[in-house]
Design a protein around this ligand. Structure first.
Ligand SMILES: [Fe+2]
Length: 234
């Protein structure tokens, strides 16, 4: 008999005791990222269906969180293998970057949806200064999105801390980012973001996206990014 009422004996400890005394992985390898719920009612978006948003959140975003957790824990285990070739480790480090980008950009994306699409506030004033007019900014943001249709990627309107400028950045995948920039508005251009509703007609999704932008959130990001930019210059 190896099993007892208090649990299986593991080198002198019951399983319960072994679990509570097991070493905790350092934070970088903990794999404890939590899935954030949708910050708006998915039934209320204009031109983007609840079914699509729920699928996007539950499969693509939540899947990325689970994968990132698994990758971190696997990295921890692989570091304990002193004979592991570095290039094998490198493959998983690439996955870490892919999943980290996917988690961050999806959380930014969902948080900048659920609004009325009407630009206002300090971000709007900054857009006018940097792009000449709101219409010019929007035309470039949308054109950049349409340039990614049929493929994958993100359009990221960002404050670049290095140059101090606002730009709409083209991003081919979760790992493409303008170095040292804070995303203020992110638009997912992976097919999973629109194909269920629009098929290959990505431009219709881009139009619908603009009608649901949460400018309150964009303004919050812009003002906090400006404070960070000022602090970085000091
Ligand atoms: Fe996505």
């Amino acid at each position: 008999m190896i099993a007892g009422g208090a649990g299986i004996m593991l080198t002198g400890l019951t399983r319960t005791e072994a679990q509570t005394t097991a070493p905790v992985a350092p934070r970088a390898f903990a794999g404890q990222h939590q899935i954030k719920p949708l910050p708006f009612d998915p039934a209320r978006l204009k031109g983007i269906s609840e079914k699509l948003i729920r699928s996007h959140h539950e499969n693509n975003y939540s899947g990325a969180v689970r994968a990132l957790n698994a990758v971190e824990q696997r990295l921890d285990a692989m570091m304990k293998d002193k004979d592991l070739p570095a290039y094998v480790y490198g493959d998983l480090k690439r996955e870490e970057l892919v999943r980290t980008g996917s988690v961050a950009l999806h959380e930014i994306y969902f948080a900048n949806l659920g609004g009325d699409g009407k630009a206002a506030g300090e971000a709007l004033e900054a857009i006018k200064k940097s792009f000449g007019s709101y219409e010019q900014w929007e035309a470039e943001f949308k054109r950049t999105g349409n340039a990614l249709s049929g493929g994958s990627g993100w359009v990221i309107f960002a404050l670049n801390f290095h140059t101090g400028e606002l730009h709409n950045y083209w991003s081919w995948d979760h790992m493409h980012n303008a170095p040292f920039s804070r995303p203020l508005l992110a638009m997912d251009m992976y097919e999973h973001a629109y194909h269920m509703d629009y098929g290959a007609a990505a431009a219709k999704y881009v139009d619908a996206f603009m009608q649901n932008v949460n400018w309150e959130e964009v303004n919050h990001r812009y003002t906090s990014a400006q404070k960070a930019a000022t602090a970085l210059r000091e």
